[in-house]
Ligand binder design. Structure first.
Ligand SMILES: C[S@@+](CC[C@H](N)C(=O)[O-])C[C@H]1O[C@@H](n2cnc3c(N)ncnc32)[C@H](O)[C@@H]1O
Length: 304
């Protein structure tokens, strides 16, 4: 069989088996491309170049074995390959942490955060926290995006931090990792003090949604997903602590997935700036520590 035929066959069988996607791929075809190329030990971004190539018997067996594991185990493919890609970077991953896929990586890459901070702070962020760093992917991407910045990553879960440590070792020594419960847990560590920018992809799935999660999501640590009745349990104290956690002009960039209604009900006065990304315009938001600052700066720029 040709490689593309193996991809189409794998996609069909995954669809028929009722698998759920969303851990780095959006549908059965994309997942099949990844699965087949990975099993055949081919570069993951070069389908066109190899699509018509016949599979060797070894490759065919490897594809069948991985496809079988994916269907039987209902584990995210990234756990089976121990690798996930985000913004062009490979990250080690296993069941100790959720699969890297945060939408914050997109807004980080497309310069939206830089644009905003340039206006509110007047410079690139110098001190950055990836709160709830888990696998460490956002902290690593932040350290690479802002080479001059001091970057901290923190998480409550020591097992997830072991995964973060592997990714930090692999990509950049500039991320400082801390085990800490929320923002408050950072007091007394070298991550204490104010930040220019806090990135946070917290556990935000509400209890009703948690009860209905498909197996691929149940394979991930519940601690990484469950956000309480309305999904806001972690976010409430975070937002309350923001004025002390950010420098003037600093900002929080927060992912909340499909929880916008819950967010707005919990924080009716929050002046959220919604940042558009591939999954929609209301899954990632920015909260300025001091929302009046940008408006004042704009006004003073106009006066000059
Ligand atoms: C949705 S995952 C995000 C992981 C990673 N930042 C990413 O985007 O792929 C949420 C993380 O929050 C951590 N977490 C849950 N409760 C926490 C708490 N009270 N304090 C710090 N981290 C917490 C979990 O261990 C998990 O790693």
């Amino acid at each position: 069989v040709k490689l593309i035929e193996a991809v189409e066959d794998a996609a069909l069988r995954m669809r028929e088996a009722g698998l759920v996607f969303g851990h780095g791929t959006a549908d059965a075809f994309d997942e099949a491309v990844w699965l087949v190329l990975w099993a055949c030990e081919l570069p993951l971004d070069e389908l066109d170049a190899v699509a018509e190539q016949p599979l060797s018997q070894t490759q065919h067996q490897a594809v069948e074995a991985l496809l079988h594991r994916r269907i039987q185990s209902r584990q995210p493919l990234a756990y089976l390959t121990a690798e996930a890609w985000l913004q062009g970077l490979p990250f080690h991953i296993d069941a100790r942490s959720i699969v890297p896929r945060s939408l914050i990586a997109e807004v980080l890459a497309d310069g939206l955060i830089d644009h905003w901070l340039e206006r509110s702070l007047g410079h690139a962020p110098r001190r950055v926290l990836d709160l709830c760093t888990g696998n460490g992917s956002l902290a690593v991407l932040a350290a690479l995006a802002w080479p001059e910045a001091e970057v901290h990553g923190s998480d409550i879960d020591p097992a997830a931090l072991e995964v973060a440590r592997l990714n930090v070792q692999r990509h950049t020594p500039r991320v400082h990792l801390h085990r800490a419960n929320g923002l408050a847990g950072l007091a007394g560590t070298d991550a204490a003090g104010r930040f220019d920018l806090i990135l946070c992809n917290p556990p935000y799935v509400n209890s009703a949604s948690m009860a209905e999660l498909p197996p691929e999501y149940r394979a991930e640590p519940a601690l990484a997903l469950a956000g309480g009745a309305d999904g806001m349990d972690f976010i409430r104290p975070l937002i309350a602590a923001l004025p002390e956690a950010l420098v003037p002009g600093g900002a929080l960039v927060l992912e909340i997935g499909h929880e916008r209604a819950h967010f707005e009900a919990a924080f009716p006065h929050a002046q959220a700036i919604w940042l558009p990304c591939s999954a929609g315009d209301d899954q990632v938001l920015m909260l300025p520590g001091d929302p009046t600052r940008v408006a004042e700066k704009d006004a003073s720029a106009r006066r000059r």
